[in-house]
Design a binder for this molecule. Structure first.
Ligand code: FHN
Length: 477
């Protein structure tokens, strides 16, 4: 008996000393990695808690690609507008001279930030440099920057300052892949390639440290363009650089797209552990169930058309409606993630009317219903066909974001053993309690009143332990 007690104590103490839970540790132990995940489980510091609570954010892709907007000399490019430089229909020299024409005289960072705040965004991810290598800040390490344009002014600074003033946190997007830098390679095949790429690595480090120094208010980096073989083989360099950035900017948030481990595994290391502070792979697609996110933090980024990030004058195919985007936001939060909606401003600095309209419609809904999105998490309740449950962190408050109102107006809910609920009401009519009906030991109907439904409606309630079930209201609307 004593031996068993001793064994159990040593077993658990060993994990405690390593700062890992038994489950996490057993996954970790399979392969010994030098450049794998730096941490197991979620970050629990204040910066990360703040990130986790955002719920909804804005992405902005802006750069030289906004000038052609998906078209060059009367010909239409069928890919994503920000990739037009890679198209044979546009000579590289034409693209590389666009900076001479970049002069966004109507750019008003305050209007952008105000629009984002009214839309309900709590953070922005902003492109400092996309794959074309053009820098929207006056980088000391490049000759291809905003200061060489007729506009000249530092756009990154203007965005960081304006959004911060509006209470919106800023994350900087940075593409490691850089088509402009002479040292960039997709693959390192020769010694000459490796030498050139060493120069590129130092350039990348310099630019990242420069961004941290210039814009100390930022909360994190959103990395992109990290999938090519050349970068995937830089496990040690990227690992050290990540540590260096975190050291100079404590609290910095970095997603899972920055680096690969020594075996080339990306996002998740060779042991299946997340590399970075949150999973950054949900691009234009959302998880469907809580198991899909493996207990990690995550965000999902979404375009309005199928796949256009930078400004595209044509915007073909299905354009997502405000209703669809609100539903995606609700779904993301219900599965413990943040939802981030992309905007592609025009070359003159204005935001297209379709995006302004969407922002207005989403904002109207957010104004009324933000309580069900901000600081909310996975509710632990079985999903129902009418929509999504969210739960206010650290409380028993549950929200039902109803995207499909049943013809019967009865919303089915299923609660865990021993749980009941009270104070059920529409967020939009806090003074009126809703009727409910018990179906069996765990299931209930919440009855919606007759009402016009133009966008998702939100019902709130408090979960209680079953012994208090007597306090169940059956009130008339
Ligand atoms: O190639 C880019 C694309 O242009 C866009 O920036 C998206 C946004 O996440 N990232 C890359 C594709 O994954």
């Amino acid at each position: 008996m004593n031996k068993i007690v001793l064994f159990v104590a040593v077993y658990f103490l060993s994990f405690y000393a390593l700062g890992q839970s038994p489950k996490e540790n057993s996954r970790r132990s399979s392969i010994n990695l030098k450049y794998g995940a730096h941490r197991l489980g979620k970050r629990e510091d204040l910066d990360m808690k703040r990130w986790r609570a955002y719920g909804f954010g804005q992405f902005i892709h802006w750069g030289l690609y906004a000038i052609p907007g998906g078209e060059w000399k009367g010909k239409e490019y069928n890919g994503a507008a920000e990739w037009i430089r890679s198209w044979e229909g546009m000579p590289k020299s034409d693209y590389d001279s666009l900076y001479l024409k970049f002069n966004p005289v109507n750019f008003s960072p305050d209007s952008w930030a105000k629009m984002a705040r009214k839309m309900g965004a709590r953070y922005i991810t902003f492109t400092t440099k996309h794959h074309d290598g053009f820098c929207l800040w006056p980088s000391k390490f490049s000759d291809y920057t905003i200061s060489k344009t007729p506009y000249q002014k530092d756009i990154v600074k203007a965005v960081v300052d304006a959004y911060t003033r509006e209470g919106i946190d800023v994350i900087l997007y940075f593409s490691v892949m850089d088509w402009h830098h002479p040292g960039w390679r997709y693959e390192l095949k020769t010694t000459e390639d490796s030498v050139a790429f060493e120069g590129f690595k130092q350039f990348t480090r310099n630019q990242l440290l420069e961004l941290l120094q210039n814009y100390p208010k930022i909360k994190g980096f959103w990395f992109d363009g990290t999938w090519d073989k050349s970068w995937v083989r830089q496990a040690r360099f990227a690992d050290e650089l990540e540590k260096e950035m975190r050291k100079v900017h404590p609290g910095l948030i970095i997603g899972s797209r920055f680096r690969a481990d020594e075996n080339g595994a990306r996002h998740f290391d060779s042991n299946g552990d997340l590399m970075g502070d949150y999973e950054q792979g949900w691009e234009r697609v959302l998880p469907n169930k809580i198991e899909d996110v493996h207990g990690n933090d995550w965000d999902a980024i979404m375009t309005v058309p199928e796949n256009q990030w930078g400004y595209n004058k044509f915007w073909k195919g299905h354009l997502k409606t405000a209703f669809e985007l609100i539903e995606m936001t609700a779904k993301s939060v219900s599965l413990g993630g943040n939802f981030v909606l992309n905007f592609g401003p025009q070359a003159d600095g204005t935001i297209r009317v379709e995006e302004q309209k969407l922002a207005g419609e989403i904002g109207e809904w957010m104004e009324q219903n933000k309580e069900a999105i901000y600081d909310c998490e996975y509710a632990g309740l079985e999903k129902q066909d009418w929509g999504y449950f969210t739960k206010k962190r650290g409380s028993e408050k549950i929200y039902m974001i109803v995207c499909n109102v049943p013809l019967s107006r009865n919303l089915r809910i299923k609660l865990p053993e021993g749980k009941g609920f009270k104070n059920v009401r529409l967020i939009s009519r806090p003074g009126q309690l809703l009727n409910s009906e018990k179906l069996n030991a765990k299931e209930y109907f919440i009855q919606l009143p007759q009402m016009e439904v133009k966008s998702p409606i939100v019902v709130e309630m408090e979960l209680i332990s079953k012994q208090n079930e007597g306090s169940f209201e059956k009130a008339k609307i």
